[in-house]
Ligand binder design. Structure first.
Ligand code: GSH
Length: 341
């Protein structure tokens, strides 16, 4: 994709990506499958679509949040990969997402109960890569939105997946009545949401990866600054009129997209992404916002912090998962306590 057409609210500019990577910058690539539910080939119907995710992946967290908040748990099926990717001992290759519910977590010493086999293709693939390979693609990322009827990948860009789940929630079989269901992208708030998405994607969601996965001190320092400057801005926005959500009274896509990063910040990113200027607990309005979103129906069930810890503190951390934070409280229990901040 040329730099010209990059929508920086959902993917980063690929300009000079080769040189930038050589210099040590983490540059996220662009997803290849960009069909939509609602296209002629992919009509919106209940029990037809499927999500492949890993719970540690924040982009997948967007998709599981949308699925749960929109009441699609019984209409869009889900498979969950093990949070650590394959290693050098794997018969196929290292660094691949694997559906393996019997794999043991170094953190808990047991299998992770949320992990599943692959149930949508009828082939019980072990690797997400095999789902792509069946379509002649060499990609390997999650999340994947998959059509069980045609056995094709619909889309593998989370920003687009959540938008289509919202647009077609009713036809996809939501079990929440229309008037009781959040509209994540209401027409009256589109421009506010887009502005927030742009800033939050670049500086927070992808910014965290730029800080944690770049090997150049200056790239890290810029990402670190942008991340905390944006947190301060969002703290002021919430404080300005005590609004419960980023755009006002309603939970929208902007909140949904901020949540996966802030959920991971104190227990994982503070250490792993070297984002150790402050915890979310140090921002009273953002903390209470985080607790408010955590309390929404379906949000707690959309993820597991054990998977996040297991996935982020892998081989580069000697496969030893840090045990904190413990003060003032363990996580995710802390998210039930808005009064801590
Ligand atoms: N643009 C994608 C990015 C997804 C992504 O980067 N997923 C990571 C996991 S957090 C992944 O699967 N990477 C492995 C790969 O790309 O092969 C989205 O937002 O859906």
């Amino acid at each position: 994709m040329s730099d010209h057409s990059t929508d920086t609210s959902k993917e980063e500019s690929q300009a000079n990506s080769h040189q930038r990577r050589l210099k040590g910058e983490f540059v996220r690539g662009v997803s290849g499958f960009r069909h939509s539910i609602g296209d002629a080939d992919f009509p919106a119907e209940p029990n037809r679509y499927h999500l492949f995710v890993a719970f540690n992946c924040p982009w997948c967290h967007r998709a599981t949040l949308a699925r749960n908040v929109l009441g699609l748990q019984y209409a869009v099926s889900l498979d969950v990969a093990f949070p650590s990717r394959t290693d050098e001992t794997d018969p196929v290759a290292p660094n691949l997402w694997e559906f393996n519910p019997s794999r043991v977590s170094t953190l808990t010493g047991a299998a992770l109960p949320e992990c599943t086999t692959e149930t949508a293709t009828g082939k019980s693939y072990r690797l997400a890569k095999e789902i792509y390979a069946a379509e002649g693609s060499s990609e390997g990322s999650v999340p994947i939105l998959f059509d069980k009827k045609t056995q094709r990948i619909v889309n593998n860009e989370s920003a687009e997946i959540i938008r289509m789940l919202n647009t077609h929630a009713k036809a996809l079989g939501s079990n929440i009545q229309e008037d009781a269901r959040w509209n994540l992208y209401p027409a009256s708030l589109e421009s506010d949401i887009e502005k927030l998405n742009d800033k939050i994607y670049s500086n927070i969601n992808n910014g965290a990866y730029k800080a944690g996965f770049s090997s150049d001190q200056a790239v890290y320092a810029t990402a670190f600054r942008n991340y905390f400057d944006t947190l301060a801005e969002l703290e002021s926005l919430l404080a300005s009129d005590q609004r419960p959500f980023l755009t006002g009274d309603r939970f929208t896509e902007a909140d949904l997209r901020l949540y996966p990063t802030l959920f991971r910040h104190d227990p994982v990113y503070y250490l792993r992404m070297k984002l150790n200027a402050a915890k979310i607990l140090d921002y009273p309005h953002l903390w209470r916002w985080l607790c408010r979103v955590y309390a929404l129906p379906g949000v707690e069930q959309s993820n597991s912090l054990d998977h996040c810890k297991q996935g982020y503190f892998g081989r580069s951390w000697n496969n030893v998962v840090p045990l904190g934070p413990i003060h003032p409280m363990t996580y995710p229990e802390a998210y039930g306590h808005p009064e801590l901040a």
